[in-house]
Design a protein around this ligand. Structure first.
Ligand SMILES: Nc1ncnc2c1ncn2[C@@H]1O[C@H](COP(=O)(O)OP(=O)(O)OP(=O)(O)O)[C@@H](O)[C@H]1O
Length: 228
């Protein structure tokens, strides 16, 4: 039996005093992809942030290789790349300096420049390596952010709308990177409104777990409030 790399059980997320989603289970094994779908506000970004450790679940548990992540959160967090809506680029640094800066946070820092340059090649950014990041277009900035995925090796990629701002060719570069990552046994969980070409991904639609979109959950929430 294939052991799950990462599991979430009965996850509930509350933000701004409102239940964003509740009772959500997920499980991903090595080499798999999981696509989070759902309308605006259904909780895709909240789930990605919760999985990355940036938001705490109100209830439920996350397991990494069968171990509850709250026991040793830093071990779990060292195994993942999180790319959110924002590119987290330092505008005064060049493209290569930005990548080197990010890679420096990883315990397995790349020993030479070649790995960083390979990451830039994969996302067609090498020609811009000495360009200050404040001069990049929005699609180029996104490609620089995505280059982080390849600058240091992590087992789990958590990607929030990774293809926003990318042209068709750049989306293809992202698809190639994800495919190679999965072939090496990595896993990816991504939120997206547009189709990204992935081989047989799992899918979760957040609207099934959101009281905003699921009337049964909304009624249950009102019932629970009336008991308090
Ligand atoms: N920092 C925050 N504080 C309070 N509420 C928040 C916060 N961030 C998001 N929310 C709320 O959580 C709910 C889910 O938002 P989230 O961004 O996770 O949805 P989404 O499915 O990613 O939406 P979109 O498709 O528009 O990106 C929304 O109702 C939103 O108002």
């Amino acid at each position: 039996m294939v052991q799950s790399l990462f599991t979430g059980e009965k996850l509930t997320c509350i933000r701004g005093g409102r239940t964003v989603f509740t009772g959500l289970d997920l499980s991903i094994s090595q080499g798999e992809a999981l696509v989070l779908e759902g309308p605006n506000g259904s909780g895709k970004s909240s789930l990605i942030r919760l999985l990355s450790g940036l938001v705490r679940p109100r209830s439920g548990h996350l397991f990494w290789h069968g171990q509850d992540v709250t026991r040793e959160p830093e071990i779990y967090q060292q195994q993942l790349h999180y790319i959110g809506h924002r590119n987290a680029i330092k505008p005064v640094l060049t493209v290569l300096e930005n990548l080197s800066y990010w890679a420096g946070f990883s315990p397995e820092k790349p020993s030479d420049l070649s790995r960083l340059e390979q990451a830039l090649i994969q996302f067609n950014m090498l020609a811009l390596k000495d360009t200050p990041a404040n001069l990049l277009s929005s699609g180029q900035s996104r490609r620089l952010a995505l280059s982080r995925l390849l600058a240091t090796e992590k087992a789990l990629w958590l990607l929030d709308e990774p293809s926003v701002g990318l042209d068709v060719n750049s989306v293809a570069l992202l698809e190639t990177a994800i495919c190679a990552h999965r072939a090496k046994g990595g896993a990816v969980i991504l939120a997206t409104h547009t189709e990204i070409g992935l081989d047989t991904p799992q899918r979760i639609n957040l609207s099934n777990y959101s009281p905003l979109y699921n009337t049964a959950l909304l009624k249950q929430e009102h019932l629970e409030e009336s008991w308090i």
